[in-house]
Design a protein around this ligand. Structure first.
Ligand SMILES: *Cc1c(COP(=O)(O)O)cnc(C)c1O
Length: 392
C-alpha cells in the first residue's frame, strides 16, 4: 500500500504542473466531516477543501440532487433554459434582495463579472475614464491577470507583469485614505472582503464598512463585496455583508455555493441589474445544471437554524482557543477562523495532521474552515487536537 501511494505521489509530481506544494496524503473517500486517506487513516476535516464542501464530504442531500440531475442531462450550453439554474438564481435573489445573477465557474470569474459590470455602469453613467477599481491592501481576489491586479498583495504580482491596468489599493479600515483615493482617481467601484481570508482571516471594522457604504453612495461609486470565501453561511450569516448591516451593489461568490462542484456567481442589485445585455458576457460552463442542482440543495438549507448552529460552533471554538497555551490570538467570524500561534503555523498544521486533523494556513496563521454542520463531538475532538498541537 505504502509503495502504491508513493508511486502516485511520483506520478503526480512528474506530470501535474508544479504549482501546489501538496501534503503527502492521498484522500480516498469521506463522509461528512471525516475523510480517509488511501492507507486507511481517519482525518477530521477542518478545511473543507478551502470552504468548498459546505456540508462536508458526500453529503446525502447534495449527492442525491447532483446525481439526479446528472442522470437527466449534464450540460446544455447557455442557449437553452434549465431548471436548476433558474431556481438557484431566484433563490439567491429572494434571500438577498439582489435582482439578477450571472453564473460562472470560480471565484476569480465571479470577480471578473463584478469588474465588467462596474466598468460598464460607470462608463455609461459617468464616462469611460471612470474605470478605476479600488481594492484593499492585503486582499485576495483571484489568479486571473485581472483579479491578480485586484489582489492587494505585491508578491502575487511580481512575475506576471503587465497586469490589467486600472486598479488601486487602499489601506483597510482607513476611511481617510479611501476618501483621498476616491478624490484622486476616477473610480468605478470599490471591492472589499468583509473578512480577508487569504490575507490572514481579518474582519473589517464595522464602522469602516458602514462609512465606506456611505462614501461610495455619495459619490455614485459601486460597492462590491467579494464573498467567495465568506459567503454561503460561512460567517454565521448567509453573506458576510449581512453582519455589517449594509446592502452592496454587487456581490461575488463561489467556493461553498456549489458544495464541492465548480460554481461562481455575481449578484447584481437593482442599480446594476440592467447593465449587462446580450453578448456582454458569457461562460460555456456557467450555470451548469449539475452544479446548480447541488447549489440549490446547499443554499436551500442555509436557514436560521443552520446559521444559529454556525454561530454556536464559532463561539465554542473562540472560547476554547482564545486563552489556550501557545495561542496568541484568534480572529475571524463564524466558521472562518484564524489562529495566531506561538509556534510557526506550518508546524502546528503538521502536528494536527499526524494526529488526524486537517487544518489550513492563511499567512502566518492556522486557519479553520470546517463544514457548516460539523457535529459537535467531532468539533470537540478536533479542537482538543489543535489545542495540544499549539502548546508552546
Ligand atoms: C478563493 C478566493 C478567490 C478565488 O476563487 P477561485 O475559485 O480560486 O478563482 C477570490 N476571492 C476570495 C476572497 C477568495 O477567497
Amino acid at each position: 500500500m505504502v509503495n502504491k501511494v508513493t508511486e502516485l505521489f511520483n506520478i503526480d509530481k512528474s506530470y501535474v504542473a508544479n504549482t501546489y506544494n501538496r501534503f503527502p496524503v492521498e484522500i480516498a473517500s469521506g463522509k461528512g466531516s471525516i475523510m480517509y486517506s488511501t492507507d486507511g487513516k481517519r482525518y477530521i476535516d477542518m478545511g473543507t477543501g478551502i470552504a468548498v464542501n459546505a456540508f462536508g464530504v458526500a453529503d446525502d442531500e447534495w449527492t442525491a440532487a447532483v446525481t439526479a440531475q446528472l442522470m437527466k442531462v449534464q450540460h446544455t450550453s447557455n442557449l437553452y433554459y434549465t431548471e436548476p439554474c433558474a431556481i438557484l438564481a431566484k433563490m439567491l435573489c429572494e434571500k438577498t434582495g439582489m435582482k439578477k445573477v450571472f453564473f460562472g465557474n470560480s471565484g476569480a470569474e465571479a470577480n471578473e463579472c463584478v469588474i465588467k459590470v462596474a466598468r460598464k455602469y460607470a462608463a455609461e453613467k459617468k464616462g469611460a475614464e471612470y474605470s478605476t477599481i479600488v481594492t484593499l491592501k492585503n486582499s485576495f481576489h483571484g489568479r486571473t491577470l485581472t483579479t491578480l491586479a485586484a489582489t492587494g498583495q505585491e508578491h502575487y504580482h511580481e512575475l506576471f507583469q503587465p497586469l490589467t491596468p486600472g486598479f488601486v489599493h487602499a489601506e483597510a479600515n482607513n476611511i481617510e485614505e479611501m476618501k483621498q483615493v476616491i478624490a484622486e482617481n476616477k473610480v468605478a467601484a470599490v471591492i472589499i472582503e468583509c473578512v480577508q481570508g487569504e490575507g490572514g482571516v481579518i474582519a473589517l471594522d464595522a464602522d469602516y464598512v458602514k462609512e465606506l457604504r456611505k462614501l461610495t453612495e455619495e459619490n455614485d461609486i459601486l460597492l462590491a463585496v467579494d464573498e467567495v470565501q465568506t459567503g454561503n453561511g460561512r460567517t454565521g450569516a448567509l453573506y458576510a455583508y449581512m453582519n455589517y448591516g449594509i446592502m452592496p451593489d454587487l456581490v461575488s461568490t463561489a467556493k461553498g455555493i456549489g458544495g464541492g462542484l465548480p460554481l461562481g456567481a455575481c449578484l447584481m442589485s437593482e442599480k446594476v441589474e440592467g447593465v449587462l445585455g446580450f453578448g456582454d458576457h458569457g461562460s460555456t460552463f456557467g450555470g451548469n445544471p449539475v452544479c446548480c442542482a447541488g447549489a440549490v440543495s446547499i443554499i436551500g438549507r442555509i436557514d436560521d437554524a443552520l446559521l444559529d448552529g454556525v454561530r454556536a460552533k464559532s463561539e465554542y471554538i473562540f472560547s476554547e482557543l482564545k486563552d489556550a497555551d501557545g495561542v496568541e490570538s484568534v480572529s475571524g467570524m463564524g466558521l472562518m477562523i484564524g489562529i495566531k500561534t506561538v509556534k510557526p503555523a506550518g508546524e502546528v498544521l503538521k502536528a494536527c495532521m499526524d494526529k488526524g486533523v486537517l487544518c489550513l494556513t492563511a499567512k502566518d496563521k492556522v486557519r479553520l474552515l470546517p463544514a457548516l454542520n460539523i457535529p459537535d463531538d467531532l468539533l470537540a475532538e478536533a479542537i482538543a487536537v489543535i489545542k495540544e498541537a499549539c502548546k508552546a
